[in-house]
Design a protein around this ligand. Sequence first.
Ligand code: ZN
Ligand code: FE
Length: 251
Amino acid sequence: MVDIRLIPCLSDNYAVLVHTGDETILIDAPEAGPIKAALAEEGWTLTTILVTHHHTDHVQAIDAVKGSAKVIGPKAEADRIKELDETLDDGAEFTLGGLEVKAIATPGHTSGPLSYYFPGAGIAFTADTLFAMGCGRLFEGDPATMWNSFKTLRAALPDDTKIYCGHEYTLTNARYGHQALPEDAAIAERLKVVEAARERGEPTVPTTMAAEKATNPFMRADDPSVAAQLGMAGADPVEVFAHLRKGRDSF
Ligand code: ZN
Ligand code: FE
């Protein structure tokens, strides 16, 4: 049995705890207080920290929460994550507490981030690459690089995978998606669901790959109906993706 705890941190970050048996895995460490409080409440002791990428809002609390946990993260960003005890390449497969884990390189937001997929548990952590209804800003990559990462995730994660992302950006993403694609009924419908959840103060994370395939404009950059609604019928998906990202940058 796998227990999962989503921990709101800072203004809109999420950390996640995955617990099974004697193993407790933390994905990213934005803020010590809420992570320590969650561990104390559950009576869990951290054994592993999986780091997605080098940004401060994902690594700054590692030292404060780690205790005797092993800190594992992307080799491609190891020079920028001083806390790492072990590094992983794209495609690395390993087990933690009997749970299978796969590391998937998803560059675009930064140059060498990893997403983590737990196939047996049906969960994945995509940090600032794939957001619910959105995609991360392109700080260290171009639209072609990020679109490729989206296709990699789409191919790797089954529809029912529960996807945890690094921030609660869904309401803004949904409003943007609805503005960009006003004729799209699935996006309009999900916007209502997201608005209601946020009004109740509830998280919109995790999402699922099925929901992202249906309502994430960026995941649908190769969907002819998306290109057509943007007046870009027949355009290369990279161009559609770039257009959508540019619009979101100024939304
Ligand atoms: Zn980031
Ligand atoms: Fe972030």
